[in-house]
Ligand binder design. Structure first.
Ligand SMILES: Cc1ncc(COP(=O)(O)O)c(C=O)c1O
Length: 494
């Protein structure tokens, strides 16, 4: 973990819950859509919240206001992209409906209400007050590109029966655009990323084997390893050197040569860690030498923000909103490719979990690919034709949509960082160099029941324990900036 800041703050008992609020009247979504020039201030609702439900001293309040002033251009530029229902009436209408005309002709509110992220919160998170800010599951509060819906609609109106639909060429073209060469015939479609990871484990391990995994990392990766009767070997991210620390450790000292596989989430969820080229090379060399299959989950690779927010703090408005694709892990290291099962999906980057869009594995080694494909085929775990159509439309037609979303996320990362520096300068946190997660170390701040305490304060994130990091909280920043501000005020104000 990035040891961003020393954690000197004394642990304080913090029991205050967010005050329950009266349900606000629904805003007239269509009216707001029709009158873009009078869109309310992006942060009006959050300001109201700050005044009414969070104790904040005048000096701190001024510092938060200064941040909003500093970023006022970006706040108004990006706020209309997001549809994040909050409980205080500050529902923003999403006009990024992906068809390029910005008219928001979908029913953003209805769609948002049916999303898992916002549904049954009182049952799912009984400790959270009404109108808690929901920042848990990893999807984005913006509608996907309309090009994808149009492509699916055209396809299902004109096709029936089992289909022959290949994504190899489109995936290869996507990687080529990003400067990476892969063969079209090395691509095997899968129904989901987790289906691919599970199958990869099945074909390259035997019950009782040891399997390395980054720690902390995405919980279901750990769960599948355990569920297959394999023994988890944690490779601590804390111990991996970070470019910014300048401390070099030999990463291979952390690896176990007796493992059959290494499930590596890269960029890592939740820490956003992107390993240096040197570390990638060393890991690839180690795995090649010891015949360890590298199972790479690269589903967050489109959300790269290297150098985009390194210099931003509350006193310098240097937001450049730079985003980049994270290069596929060890892609240029020739000797390693036969040991790699590389997994990705159009679902995460293009926000297509409702479909979901096709996932895929890229496997250069013919024998390994044949084994994997046979297993996928026999379990009917290939991507459906509709999922493939969604991927093709996303990769071929939705780059403008993605570019805009990435800019908005880059801004949200900067905004969160600036707020953290003011609201809780001693709380260690990281955004890493990729992804849309704020990973907070609340061990000192809420020493008891971190996740429940955050819930009680009206902030629903993901419990660090599910990533093997108790005391941490993951907040999803792919949302309206007012949700970020409200959440951080609730967590860090007395
Ligand atoms: C790192 C990572 N892998 C896999 C998944 C799940 O992907 P899928 O739903 O395609 O199995 C997620 C979802 O958040 C994820 O963050």
């Amino acid at each position: 973990m990035k040891a961003a800041k020393p954690s000197a703050k004394a642990a304080k008992p913090r029991a205050k819950a967010a005050k329950p609020r009266a349900k606000a009247a629904k805003p007239d979504a269509k009216a707001s859509q029709g009158d873009k020039s009078v869109r309310p201030s992006a942060l009006a609702g959050a300001d109201k919240l700050a005044d009414s439900s969070v104790d904040i001293n005048a000096a701190l309040k001024q510092q938060v206001a200064d941040i909003d002033n500093l970023f006022s251009a970006q706040l108004s530029q990006f706020s209309s992209l997001w549809y994040t229902p909050l409980g205080c009436g500050d529902i923003e209408v999403n006009t990024n409906d992906g068809d390029g005309d910005g008219d928001g002709d979908g029913d953003g509110e209805t769609n948002a209400r049916s999303r898992l992220k916002f549904s049954s919160l009182s049952t799912r998170f009984p400790h959270a007050p009404e109108h808690a800010v929901s920042m848990w599951i990893a999807d984005m509060d913006t509608a996907p590109s309309k090009h994808i819906a149009h492509a699916i609609s055209a396809f299902v109106s004109s096709h029936y029966g089992y289909q022959s639909c290949d994504i190899g060429d489109v995936v290869a073209a996507r990687y080529a655009k990003q400067g990476a060469v892969i063969a079209a015939n090395s691509v095997v479609s899968t129904a989901s990323v987790m289906a691919a990871v599970d199958t990869a484990l099945k074909v390259c391990t035997t019950k009782g084997d040891k399997v390395m995994v980054l720690s902390p990392t995405y919980g279901p990766l750990r769960e599948r390893i355990a569920a297959q009767g394999l023994n988890l070997v944690d490779v601590s991210i804390d111990e991996i050197s970070f470019k910014e620390t300048g401390i070099e450790i030999k990463i291979t000292a952390l690896l176990d040569p007796d493992c059959s596989a290494f499930v590596l989430c890269h960029p890592n969820n939740p820490t956003g860690t992107v390993l240096s080229e040197t570390h990638q090379h060393d890991i690839a060399r180690f795995c090649d030498t010891h015949k360890i299959t590298l199972i790479l989950d690269e589903v967050h690779s489109e959300f790269g923000f290297i150098d985009a927010d390194a210099t931003v703090d509350a006193s310098s408005n240097t937001n450049t909103n730079k985003a980049c694709v994270i290069r596929p892990f060890a892609i240029n290291i020739p000797f390693a490719q036969d040991m790699i099962i590389r997994i990705n999906s159009a679902g995460k980057a293009y926000n297509l979990s409702a479909i979901p869009a096709a996932s895929y594995a890229i496997i250069a080694n013919d024998a390994l690919r044949a084994k994997f494909a046979k297993e996928i085929d026999s379990c009917h775990l290939e991507a459906t034709p509709v999922a493939k159509v969604a991927l093709i439309a996303a990769y071929e037609k939705a780059d403008d949509w993605l570019a805009l979303v990435l800019k908005a996320i880059a801004f949200n990362r900067q905004y969160a960082k600036a707020l953290m520096n003011v609201l809780s300068p001693t709380t260690p946190f990281t955004l890493g160099e990729a992804g849309y997660f704020l990973w907070l170390n609340l061990n000192q701040y809420f020493p008891q029941n971190t996740f429940l305490e955050a819930c009680r304060r009206g902030v629903i994130g993901v419990d660090g324990a599910s990533f093997n990091a108790p005391g941490y909280l993951r907040l999803n920043l792919a949302c309206h900036p007012s949700a970020i501000k409200t959440a951080l005020l609730r967590l860090f104000s007395d």
